[in-house]
Design a protein around this ligand. Structure first.
Ligand SMILES: O=C(O)CCC(=O)C(=O)O
Ligand SMILES: [Fe+2]
Length: 311
């Protein structure tokens, strides 16, 4: 595979060879690009319009939906709150989180707070509930392809992600003026979850750290989804699938006067899932790196503390 270019795969046209193709892309880059992902374009367009509308509201209005005790799990998180693990400058971004609406009485409710919705914006709840459901579906298809490529049953992940703690993030990076200091839109980090499905990366800035130590720009064609491996899948696969460091650098030239909006869907396991390294991913050359088991929620809480979202 060409190390300089992430292939753009089609969820339609490449259906049969998808496990091998996406597996190869993930092993090489920790990233893949997917077109024909099946999420309704009208729905996506509506979601962008509502995202712009939300962030355009006065900060006092947005702050009504900030709940600092909750690790940013739902609702609004203000500009310059999150900090990449090990970084000193907070990110130049604000965001909104949508989670899963659990069935009533679910034992998982203790680790998954209910959603909050901005009452100022009509159609927000309906639009993002539908988009969450569609992301969920695409995510399950991608995980199924990954399972097949790993030599697992195509449905291996189904019970592991049932009622999973996935979070959809609406991100706004305001224009970057003078005075950003050393801060950047999103400092170099790895995602915590299993896989991330990202819309909106057509606006430049997203970069991954290649195996050779240089930053590679990620430039998807219009409408394509960028997908990357997170730490949870890296752990489960004993590092066969790498959770690749990435960042969003500041814009230059005339783009500096523009906002950037993006929408990652962080696909998570069920909170009570217990990590046990996949035997298929353990070998004499690659012995089990995680002999001590931990639940997905314990792992998540530890990581949220590291990035300043939890006390
Ligand atoms: O905005 C982007 O393109 C990427 C965002 C990201 O990496 C994240 O929120 O974890
Ligand atoms: Fe990320």
């Amino acid at each position: 595979m060409d190390l300089a270019a992430i292939p753009v795969l089609s969820l339609d046209a490449n259906k049969d060879e998808l496990p091998a193709l996406i597996g190869s892309s993930f092993r090489t880059f920790g990233f893949a690009m997917i077109r024909d992902h099946g999420i309704d374009q009208d729905l996506i367009d509506r979601a962008w319009a509502l995202t712009r509308q939300f962030f355009a509201m006065p900060v006092e209005t947005k702050m009504k939906y900030f709940n600092p005790g909750q690790g940013g799990a739902r609702g609004y998180t203000p500009f310059r709150t999150e900090v990449a693990k090990g970084a000193t400058e907070k990110d130049l971004k604000e965001f909104w989180h949508v989670g899963r609406d659990l069935p009533p009485g679910s034992p998982l409710a203790a680790t998954m707070p209910p959603n909050v919705w901005p009452k100022e914006i009509e159609g927000f709840r309906e639009t993002f509930s539908e988009l969450y459901a569609q992301f969920d579906e695409v995510g399950a298809k991608i995980l199924s392809a990954i399972a097949i490529d790993l030599g697992l049953d195509a449905h291996w992940f189904d019970p592991a992600i049932e009622d999973g703690n996935s979070v959809m993030r609406l991100l706004h990076y305001p224009p970057v003026g003078e005075g950003a200091g050393g801060a950047i839109r999103a400092g170099a980090h790895e995602d915590i979850n299993l896989i991330t499905l990202l819309l909106g990366a057509e606006e430049a800035g997203l970069e991954l750290l290649g195996k050779d130590g240089t930053w590679l720009s990620i430039a998807p064609p219009e409408g394509a989804m960028v997908i990357n491996i997170g730490d949870m899948l890296q752990r489960l696969t004993n590092h066969l699938l790498p959770s690749t460091t990435h960042r969003v650098r500041n814009p230059s030239g005339d783009r500096a006067a523009h906002s950037r909006y993006s929408m990652p869907f962080f696909l998570h396991l069920r909170s009570d899932f217990r990590f046990v390294t996949l035997p298929e991913c353990i070998s004499a050359d690659n012995p089990d790196r995680y002999p001590v088991s931990i639940t997905a929620d314990d792992y998540l809480q530890e990581r949220l503390r590291e990035i300043g979202l939890k006390a």
